[in-house]
Design a protein around this ligand. Sequence first.
Ligand code: ADP
Ligand code: ADP
Ligand code: MG
Length: 452
Amino acid sequence: MFQKILIANRGEIAVRIIRACKQLGIETVAIYSEADKNSLHTQIADEAVCVGGNKSSESYLNMENIISAAISKGAEAVHPGFGFLSENARFAELCESCGIRFIGPKGEVIDKMGNKARAREIMIASGVPVVPGSDGKVDSLQQAKSLAVGIGYPVLIKASAGGGGRGMRVAYTESEFDQAYETARSEAKNAFGDDTMYLEKYVLNPKHIEFQIIADKYGNTVHLGERDCSIQRRNQKVIEEAPSLISDDLRKRMGDAAIKASKTVNYENAGTIEFLVNGNDFYFIEMNTRIQVEHPVTEMVTGIDIIKEQIKITGGEPLSFSQEDINLNGHSIEVRINAENPKENFRPAPGKIDLLHVPSGHGVRFDSFIYTGYSISPFYDSMMGKVIVHGKTRLEAINKMKATLDELVISGVSNNREFCLKILENNDYVKGNFDTGFIPKYLDSLIGYPNE
Ligand code: ADP
Ligand code: ADP
Ligand code: MG
């Protein structure tokens, strides 16, 4: 096992990884930007190295500085978390070529699956169902537009490098196509430095259901069940749960497809296969070759610590369980708490936290990095943390989450606590009648008055 690991991330996921390392008896090296000098991950790690300025490009994306920090501190492995360099094949390869293990899949696998248009082609070739659309990438507006006629409107124009819900636009009719294409393309160019585009049929109000995969170096691939992440705003997840409400038959078919998708690329470490579900049909949309924000709901129902498993896999250990050992117990829900103002079109709301009060109890978990007196920086993502609950049944989990959010106090910084409470109180949510159209459908009642 490793003696020392560098965590190439910030925020709650850096804290989560540092805690897992401590529990495994592994020393930790944090990296931080100037703005994160007082951040929790910087304080709780055994050592911390400033790797650059406030902009991510100067610090958390600064490969040279991060690798130098790992070498000078004698870290044997790097955990990339999510976002930042977690799906950067070059970074994974650079680490390995410097003798540092990258906690994740091999660079060539990230390359294959991180490129969404290419992943689509690989899935088509291996017989995993995908949303109808272009075979791979499209090369020009003209070509895309003529393909769209064959696919049939509405069509979703997506960036191959996209992530976090960015770089995609719907065209409901041919007359909307040119503008949607150009908007998606320029957003992708700005956000990801890559404007490769592809097309998918826009599925109306599907469910987003994803499978957690875990695979060792010896070809053992297991799935840890699925998560429903349909409660989304602008294609970004807000509330997730495990298990989903699909039938056992569909769960089996999707689980088999997820395993097949991973094995096709000889996937190693933790990863997620995302699907859209429409009735009894399911379609692959992408693979995330990293840990995900919502991994805790899977941990709560399986009892497996996915971060520890990631570290052990990279350290060369075989999986200690097989598919038959995985049982899903009870129900878990996660709510992402963001520093934002839902009443002002969810504008990010950085600022100082005057008081933090987090209720705790049986089956209540708070994965976060905030504390009283901490100032949320405007430079990074607005997610302050995640409340996760576990109950024997879905209804018990919903009630536990409502009780927890009801008592939660984060004063000084606008946040989406009440917005999420409103979702949990919605009858259709409680009954399980929801899909990715849920938030848009109920937006007015969720934010308390008509949105702008
Ligand atoms: P999930 O882990 O559920 O897929 P998100 O899609 O929201 O969650 O992504 C996790 C984090 O990583 C978010 O902070 C998001 O902004 C960021 N992220 C995801 N994909 C990319 C990407 N391709 N480039 C930069 N940041 C990304
Ligand atoms: P990202 O890399 O940003 O996470 P995804 O391809 O995973 O992008 O899509 C994010 C979300 O966008 C999905 O969960 C879903 O709500 C919506 N979406 C993506 N593709 C489609 C599609 N073809 N039809 C309808 N909705 C889609
Ligand atoms: Mg996705």
